[in-house]
Design a protein around this ligand. Structure first.
Ligand SMILES: [Ca+2]
Ligand SMILES: [Ca+2]
Ligand SMILES: [Ca+2]
Ligand SMILES: [Ca+2]
Length: 336
């Protein structure tokens, strides 16, 4: 292992001058031992002088420039003379490099955490339906007489008896409040009971309700649509947006009646459908057919106008629910 390797490994190299002096002293020592044994004082004195010279020379050799450092320098490299300033600087402890880099490391722009898509569970707001355009008429734009969700002005059957409002507009003038026709002009001066036919559940005051005298329903259909037989379609039915019972239409809200129900019931085939005909079979009064001849004040087949607290057009003597629209358990038409 040479000096350079010793320096590389951290072990302090032995200076050459020290080796030379040590070798010289060893040689002097040997000479002195031989001189003493042989009794040669002159040789002893010479060896002592040489030893003294070596001891004096050692401090001088120690002052020589570091020989080992020069030998370990790269071949051809000339060691630069150390200036006073550099020597002073070398004595100063080298400051440790700052751990903080002088060049600021740009902060990486954090990637924004994508906002998770929120699955809408809220019931979407229904798209407002366009304002329904209803035919201009004198029907109310705010009242819903039969409570089917369609105001009278937009309802094809405002009283839910199966007879279209247009069929109860007898003058076909688009005015519905001028069609109050109960009675018989031959025996009374003025017709009517105060309720126009489109809102009247018994338009001729004969005790047979319009629902049973109007369309040619079978008994089974009546049981399906008006189970309590109060003369008004039950609330459990579907009436759609036009207020006409869907079951009567070719398709919901078509406004077109099924062929079998398209015509109004007209038993005797005269010019009056049964619901405004006091003698539907042209033989007997309908009021008599339901065995209520006792209510015929004028002998003309109709019930005289009386109190009508619920305003449904059903006269009180035959109204089983005077305070509610309709008259439950009313008799079916005898012409089924
Ligand atoms: Ca209605
Ligand atoms: Ca009606
Ligand atoms: Ca009436
Ligand atoms: Ca009637």
């Amino acid at each position: 292992m040479n000096d350079c390797l010793l320096a590389a490994t951290g072990a302090a190299p032995i200076p050459p001058w020290m080796l030379l002096i040590a070798a010289g002293l060893l040689a002097v020592g040997i000479v002195m031992i031989v001189a003493v044994r042989r009794g040669r004082s002159r040789a002893l004195v010479s060896a002592a002088v040489v030893a003294a010279a070596l001891l004096v020379a050692s401090p001088v050799a120690s002052a020589l420039p570091a020989f080992a450092s020069d030998r370990c320098a790269a071949p051809g490299a000339v060691p630069a003379p150390m200036s006073t300033a550099s020597a002073t600087a070398s004595a100063t402890p080298t400051a440790l490099p700052s751990p903080v880099p002088t060049t600021a490391i740009p902060m990486a722009t954090p990637t924004p955490t994508p906002t998770p898509t929120v699955t809408a569970t809220v019931t979407p707001t229904p798209t407002p339906s366009p304002t329904q355009t209803c035919p201009a008429s004198d029907k109310s734009t705010t009242r819903d007489l039969d409570r089917d969700g369609v105001v009278d002005a937009c309802d094809l059957d405002s009283d839910n008896d199966g007879i279209l409002d247009t069929e109860e507009d007898f003058q076909s003038n688009g005015i519905y409040e001028d069609d109050d026709v109960d009675g018989d002009l031959l025996v009374i001066a003025t017709l009517g009971d105060g309720v126009s036919s489109y809102a009247d559940l018994d338009s001729d005051n004969d005790g047979l309700l319009d629902l049973f005298e109007g369309r040619p329903f079978t008994a089974a259909q009546i049981d399906a649509y008006d189970a309590d037989r109060d003369g008004v379609f039950d609330g459990g039915n579907v009436f759609g947006a036009n207020g006409l019972l869907d079951a009567l239409e070719t398709s919901p809200d078509s406004g077109v009646l099924l062929p079998a129900l398209a015509q109004l019931r007209n038993t005797d085939g005269d010019d009056k459908p049964d619901f405004i005909d006091l003698m539907s079979n042209r033989v007997d009064y309908d009021l008599y057919r339901i065995e209520r001849s006792d209510l015929d004040q004028y002998g003309a087949g109709f019930i005289s106008r009386s109190a009508d607290p619920d305003g449904d057009g059903i006269q009180e003597p035959v109204d089983t629910a005077p305070a509610l629209r309709g008259a439950p358990r009313s008799p079916l038409t005898p012409y089924l």
